[in-house]
Design a protein around this ligand. Structure first.
Ligand SMILES: [Zn+2]
Length: 316
């Protein structure tokens, strides 16, 4: 099982490493077949702070957009989300966040979650710790200095992070590591209808859908995709909200519930025997994210000067 998980991770790295490649993937590319839902990355060995999906008891779902903000596509996407009152999660690249602070502020102001996707989108699994730290810290600072809100989630580029790095990131930043269970492979630009089809085929309660707000076809796919997901009864929440709605899966006979489930009642050290009640949906939406000590200290500093009236730069 471990071998299989590692093999998948390797395949994921190979396939998604071409996210920014100018040429299409060769036919021999060993990525999962089109439309197939990939196996959950490293599910068998996942620590409690790593999520590819969340076990919930109602049709909650999280849609996530990586690699932005993009000068024109992200605002277009925000309009589409607003029209449908959908809250999403944006895993931003630090240097894009720094380039488009007004868009970042709009994302936050409209109730979406903003999370860390590194500064320059390298394969962090191959980098030394100092570089990884710089990639993450610089991005976190760019976000918190702009929107004065803590960051609690990270998605490593290509989903690539070694097990010890995941632990280090969690211990250092307090982040949860967020992967995905629905991947439309939109970075290959297969066309809006294919992106839509793949998302609709893969989505299930508790899913974390991966998409990118830097590809025109992805944005084009969204109206029909979102409308159909709504028609199927899915309720969109941010990733942090989805995690708060987690319920423990019914343990297999002889196996305890995994420790990553919802917190057991105070004073209880044994795993919960029955699936505990998740936080009520309203309460989830009202709950404030928890600050890590580092971020709390930073946010306690005097507020940053008012946003400059300079319009966002346009990207070629
Ligand atoms: Zn990415």
């Amino acid at each position: 099982m471990l071998t299989r998980a590692l093999l998948f991770l390797a395949l994921t790295c190979v396939s998604t490493a071409q996210e920014f490649a100018p040429t299409p993937a060769p036919p021999s590319n060993p990525a999962p077949a089109a439309g197939s839902t990939p196996p959950v990355p490293a599910a068998a060995v996942r620590p409690e702070f790593v999520y590819s999906s969340v076990h919930v008891n109602a049709p909650y779902i999280a849609i996530t957009f990586d690699d932005g903000p993009h000068a024109t596509l992200t605002p277009k996407l925000l309009d589409l989300l607003k029209e449908r009152n959908i809250k999403a999660t944006f895993f931003v690249i630090g240097k894009n966040a720094a380039e488009y602070p007004d868009i970042l502020r709009r994302i936050a102001a409209e109730g979406h979650e903003i999370a860390n996707h590194s500064w320059s989108h390298p394969d962090l699994a191959k980098l030394p710790q100092d570089t990884v730290r710089a990639e993450i810290s610089r991005t976190q600072d760019a976000i918190t200095n702009t929107i004065a809100r803590p960051v609690t989630l990270m998605r490593p580029p290509y989903g690539a992070l070694q097990t010890n790095q995941k632990q280090w990131v969690h211990d250092t930043y307090g982040y949860r590591i967020i992967l995905w269970d629905v991947d439309p492979l939109d970075w290959r630009r297969p066309g809006a209808s294919v992106v839509s089809e793949r998302i609709l085929k893969g989505a299930k309660p508790g899913s974390i859908i991966l998409a990118h707000d830097i590809h025109p076809g992805t944005i084009e796919a969204m109206p029909a995709t979102l409308d159909q997901l709504i028609a199927r009864g899915f309720q969109f929440v941010t990733v942090s909200e989805l995690i708060k709605l987690e319920v423990a899966p019914t343990p297999a006979p002889g196996k305890p519930a995994r420790s990553g489930g919802p917190a057991a009642p105070a004073g209880s050290s044994a795993p919960a025997k029955a699936a505990p009640t998740p936080m009520p949906f309203d309460a989830v939406l009202r709950a404030e994210p928890q600050l890590s000590p580092d971020q709390a200290a930073k946010l306690a500093k005097p507020a940053a000067p008012a946003p400059s009236p300079t319009p966002a730069k346009k990207k070629p």
